[in-house]
Every structure is written in C-alpha cells, then in structure tokens.
Design a binder for this molecule. Structure first.
Ligand SMILES: NC(=O)c1ccc[n+]([C@@H]2O[C@H](COP(=O)([O-])OP(=O)(O)OC[C@H]3O[C@@H](n4cnc5c(N)ncnc54)[C@H](O)[C@@H]3O)[C@@H](O)[C@H]2O)c1
Length: 374
C-alpha cells in the first residue's frame, strides 16, 4: 500500500508501552507506519499511555476502534484470553493484525484465528520476537547451512523470577481462564524457537509444577492458582532430533535468561541472552568438529553487525509486509504450531507425563524462513 500504515494499539499495559507504541514510533521515523489511536478499558492505563505517546484518540472499547475506517492495522497487547475475540473481530472489520503471544488460550482458538486470517486475506503476525535476536539469527543461519551437521539434540532454558514471590497478588497470567501460566507465557517463546530452528515436533511429554498454590486476590482473600509456575518438557522432532525445555518463573537473579544449546554431528552452538531488554545482551559460543576446536571447546562467535536485530523487529516486519503485500515473517500459522505443542504438553502433564503424539496436520513441514530486515 502507498503512504503510511495507520494503526491502533489495543491494550496499553506493560508490553504495549515497552514494544508496541515504540514500534509505531520507530516505524514513523522510517516512514512506514504511524500510531493514531489507543484502546484500554482501564482509563488510568489508557490515559497514562496516551499522554506519554501524545495520542489524543483514545477508546475504552475496542469495537469503537474497529469501526473506524481510517485504521489499517491493530496490534493486540491484551491478556491472552482476549486475543481471539479481538483478532477475529479486527480481521472481519478489514484490519491487518499483529497479535501478542501465545496466540490463544487453546489450539482450537488458535485455529479459529488462523481461519479468520486466511478468510480475510490480510496480514497476520505474532510477536514471537526472539527470532530476531542477532545471536539467534546467526545460530539459525549455521543450522540451515548444515554447519552443525545432522542436528540431534537441543536444550532450551527460559528462566525468570516472575512468580517467585507468593505474596504478589494473582494476575490474569496466573489463571487458566485468562493466561495459562509460565509454560504458556515464556515456554511458548522457546517452543517457537524449537520449531523455527529444528522444524516440526512429532511428540511431546511434559511435567508442570505449581509451588504457589494460592495468592492474594487483591480484595483481602486468597485465590487458588490453577496454572504452573515451572515446566519441563521433552520433544521428539520429525527429523529424529530430541529436545528438553525448562521454563521457570522461580529463578532468582536470572532476569530474562534464555539459553539454547544445539548439538549436531559436526558442531555445537550455545545461544544466550541475559538482560531484561536483551539489547546487546545476546552471546553465541560455538565449537566445530576439527581437532583444534575440540581442544579449545566453545569459542565466542561474533554475530555482529551483520545479524542486526531489535525487540521491535516483529512489528516493523509486519508493517513492511502490509506495504509489500506479503506474509509477515511470523504468522498465525506459525503460532498455531506453537499452540499445538502447548496443547499436547498440557495433555501430557494432565495425564501424568505420558508421551502425546501431535496430529499429522500439526507435524507438516513448517516454513522456517525469516524475511529480511525491514
Ligand atoms: N512478545 C513478548 O516478548 C511479550 C512480553 C510481554 C508480554 N507479552 C504479551 O503481551 C500481552 C499483554 O501482556 P502485558 O504484560 O502487557 O499485560 P498487562 O496486564 O500489563 O496489560 C494488558 C492490558 O490489557 C488491557 N485490557 C484488558 N481488557 C481489555 C480489552 N477488552 N480491550 C483492550 N485492552 C484490555 C488491560 O487493562 C491492560 O492494560 C500478553 O498476551 C503477553 O503474553 C509478550
């Protein structure tokens, strides 16, 4: 499309202010997109975000945003349970959609969203943003080039301390009805990275643990916690590779720690990030099969500057995709595949940690590419 893409952010909480609004501001500097409206039913949150961003057009009800015919794209930064109704309504109203992760509360919900996206013919994108971290991009490039040989194992850790404090009041994230727990919250990012790096997963087993079983409900009482605060998951990939994922919200001192180790017949690579904003906090170490490397062990691999990336890139890619009339780099279809693994893992945990096969349709070869930088 010609001219600036005009957009609205729906939900003006933490991630909207950290990523969604700054992404529009960066896009405006690049001449691709501009923010014209904000929406949140909590007036204080709406006004704080609106005042900071200098956006006067503010709505308490997202349907009023969707009724405007001068808005091309909405970005959705609400609790997870609202992604589905808002995204489907937006697509049906003719808006391109960038949605937060995890895409939905359930696999069925994610499939309904993908169906609505396909019916609309519009751009659909999901903020699985760690694919843009420079060290991750370099790792992906090495894996795709065959530098690691036949990849046999992947180990993924994602640790923070988000749910460590038992006196913190319950939030939507700590409910199955609105959030889905730590595994859905941060484990979903690592499932996306697994699928992106190694391709489809064919079966899963999972254990989910809840250490804090009730939390203050904010009204003087206590509310039961019905989701996990730590998870361990095993994967078998269609390629024959195997993996282990640990996601935990109980890890004091770990800030926003991710570590992915990939081992193949010809090389091993370790990716890490360790800062909340992960700007410049990513590192990569690698060892390849020759004699000298084997003695040295893991040497630092320099991913910069040719693997550029920022936490705003998933948005910038989405806006560019609207201009270019092409699919976004990370689509609702990618997020359905993540949701299929989350769903199978939950069924495994509910069944005491049994192996659960994914449906054949969810093990189809997934597109693993990433589009060039906007
Ligand atoms: N991709 C990432 O790296 C990343 C990081 C953090 C959060 N997230 C995702 O972003 C989403 C929001 O997370 P958060 O941490 O900003 O949560 P938050 O609780 O800080 O913000 C959510 C906001 O949505 C608003 N809201 C509730 N109902 C609404 C409605 N009907 N219409 C419009 N707004 C409504 C709330 O009032 C609140 O201001 C979640 O899906 C989360 O998983 C993604």
């Amino acid at each position: 499309m010609a001219g600036m893409v005009r957009g609205a952010v729906i939900g003006t909480g933490v991630v909207a202010r950290l990523r969604h609004i700054p992404a529009f501001q960066e896009a405006a500097r690049r001449g691709t997109a501009e923010l014209v409206a904000l929406c949140d039913p909590v007036e204080a949150a709406l006004n704080a975000a609106g005042d900071d961003a200098g956006i006067a057009s503010r709505y308490l009800d997202y349907r009023d945003v969707l009724a405007r015919d001068d808005i091309d794209v909405v970005t959705i930064a609400t609790p997870n349970s609202l992604h589905e109704p808002i995204a489907i309504a937006a697509l049906q109203a003719g808006k391109h959609v960038m949605c937060e992760k995890p895409l939905a509360l359930s696999l069925d919900g994610a499939r309904r969203m993908a169906a609505a996206a396909h019916d609309s013919g519009l751009v659909h994108a999901v903020n699985y943003r760690y694919r843009w971290v420079p060290a991750a991009r370099y790792l992906k490039e090495m894996a795709d080039a065959g530098d690691l040989g036949e990849i046999r194992q992947i180990f993924l850790n994602y640790f923070n301390a988000a749910v460590l404090d038992p006196s913190a009041p319950i939030q939507w994230r700590q409910t199955r009805a609105e959030g889905g727990g730590i595994f859905a919250d941060i484990g979903s990012h690592m499932i996306d990275m697994s699928l992106w790096l190694l391709g489809p997963i064919r079966r899963v087993r999972c254990d989910l643990w809840t250490f804090t079983r009730e939390r203050p409900d904010g009204a003087g009482g206590m509310a039961a916690v019905d989701v996990d605060d730590a998870a361990t998951c095993q994967f078998e990939f269609a390629s024959g590779a195997v993996g282990v994922l640990n996601a935990s919200g109980l890890c004091l001192g770990r800030l926003n720690h991710q570590r992915i180790e990939v081992y193949g017949t010809a090389g091993g690579v370790v990716y890490e990030i360790a800062r909340p904003g992960d700007l410049g906090g990513d590192v990569l170490h690698a060892c390849f099969g020759d004699a000298q490397h084997r003695l040295v062990g893991m040497a630092p691999a320099r991913a910069f500057p040719w693997h550029a990336g920022t936490p705003l890139d998933a948005f910038l890619d989405c806006f560019q995709a609207i201009h270019d009339r092409r699919p976004a780099a990370v689509t609702f279809d990618d997020a359905v595949r993540v949701q299929a693994v989350l769903d199978a893992a939950q069924r495994s945990a509910d069944g005491g940690g049994v192996w659960v096969d994914l449906l054949a349709e969810d093990v189809e070869t997934s597109p693993q590419g990433i589009n060039p930088q906007p």
